[in-house]
Design a protein. Structure first.
Ligand code: UDP
Ligand code: MG
Length: 334
């Protein structure tokens, strides 16, 4: 990890984007030279661009390697194979040294000149500013499912942004350092950030049609998206208290099963109705067993959650105490 510290790190995940890269970098550098941008920072403004090559099989990596020779701000991380956008973002976040971390897609669909407005918005007191592709320039096969995805995510999480999965986002480093992303969870970063207590804002950004190459996501993403959604819901609600989830479900199932079995039994004892021809008996037994199973799963979850030290259940904004203040190291939670 570089020891040089920058004010802004730009992280670009890319997979087979060789045609777009020269334009993208040219535009990024132009955007970084805009007065409106660098006047938002303390002098002297310094930035870095971290290109994360997610196992491209075209000449993306060599295009970047050639550019690095004349551009000291440019860095390249190349993956051994294609690990997906989430992994690429994670690697970029780990390497980033900036106080602000910006992510942008490599395919020229996002507008680098919007970064300055997003940072301006951050300085109003937000920890994450997410782009909103208000007028999205993609085929309907992408925009329609995406509308559905955003609607469902909004309903389940109560977070009121329109576009969870915009490639263009600006974060405070406190978020990017804490995010633990797996699968294709980059779609739910705002949900995870909100859960950690960070303040989120959304800003409409210009979006462009893809000029070169093809989209890297086909319909298989619906399933991975669904599974990641379930795990994000679970992580943000029950990771540290699995018993609250499984225990409750188990209890409900057990009580239902017990009531049914009791009813069938009383019928037999008091009214002498035969038990053998009562289909509902099977439901009763099923629910009883299911209840116990769910309960044990909850117990196992609790054991796992107690013994694993990873993934804290809280995020600290700052710690203040007299000794720290006197020593001059003040309020660094990490
Ligand atoms: N990407 C990546 N790894 C992947 C798939 C995509 O790094 O496995 C990058 C891709 O190069 C682009 C960004 O993630 O910079 C968004 O991908 P894409 O444009 O294909 O998605 P879309 O805009 O069509 O949703
Ligand atoms: Mg794209």
């Amino acid at each position: 990890m570089s020891t040089v510290h920058h004010q802004l790190s730009i992280v670009v995940p890319l997979f087979n984007e060789q045609e777009s890269l020269p334009d993208l970098l040219e535009q990024l550098y132009l955007a970084m030279q805009e007065k409106e941008l660098y006047s938002l920072f303390k002098e002297p403004f310094s930035f870095e661009i971290i290109m994360v090559d997610d196992g491209s099989t075209d000449s993306s990596a060599s295009v970047i390697r050639n550019m690095i020779l004349s551009r000291p701000e440019l860095r390249l991380i190349s993956f051994q194979r294609n690990f997906g956008k989430t992994a690429a973002l994670s690697a970029g976040f780990m390497a980033a040294t900036g106080d602000y971390v910006c992510t942008i897609d490599a395919d020229l669909q996002d507008d680098p000149f919007a970064i300055k407005e997003m940072i301006e918005k951050m300085q109003e007191g937000y920890d994450l500013v997410s782009g909103w592709k208000q007028q999205r320039k993609d085929p309907i096969s992408k925009t329609l499912p995406s509308k559905l995805f955003n609607l469902v995510t909004r309903l389940f999480t109560g977070i009121t942004i329109h576009d969870f999965n915009c490639g263009l986002k600006v974060y405070r480093k406190e978020i990017t350092r804490r995010l633990e992303l797996r699968g294709d969870m980059h779609r739910y970063i705002p949900v995870l950030a909100e859960w950690m207590g960070f303040k989120i804002a959304e800003l409409p950004v210009r979006h462009q049609a893809r000029q070169f190459g093809t989209t890297k996501y086909d319909s298989s993403r619906f399933f991975s998206g669904l599974f990641d959604f379930l795990s994000v819901l679970f992580i943000t609600r029950y990771l540290r208290r699995p018993m609250h989830f499984f225990g409750m479900a188990g209890l409900i199932s057990f009580i239902l099963g017990f009531t049914i079995s009791l009813y069938v039994t009383l019928d037999k004892i008091l009214l002498h109705k035969p038990v053998s021809n009562r289909p509902i008996l099977f439901l009763g037994i099923l629910l009883l067993i299911l209840g116990v199973q769910l309960f044990s799963t909850g117990l196992l979850g609790e054991m796992l959650s107690t013994s694993s030290s990873k993934g804290s259940s809280f995020a600290v904004r700052e710690t203040v105490n007299l000794t720290h203040q006197q020593a001059g190291t003040f309020g660094n939670p990490d």
